[in-house]
Design a protein. Sequence first.
Length: 82
Amino acid sequence: MHIVPKKDEVIEDILSTYKNVTLFLIDDRLEVLFKAKQVRPDTYTIWMKRGPFAEKTKQIEGFLPDATVDDLRMVLPIVTLV
């Protein structure tokens, strides 16, 4: 787990530290998930569609997260199936 003030500025560095593993990224900002897919296409992106960012977020053309949830309890079944 990584908690940083500005994810979009460090996401590339964080993702590059993980090699040969299945990587899941859960976030409430589509921009962060989109950037993660650009940096590391095999990242499994999960959009936490709740809160202020989710309400204001516009879709990114050509990008869909691998999964969308509105409750963290929905994540466990997803990560155990992948």
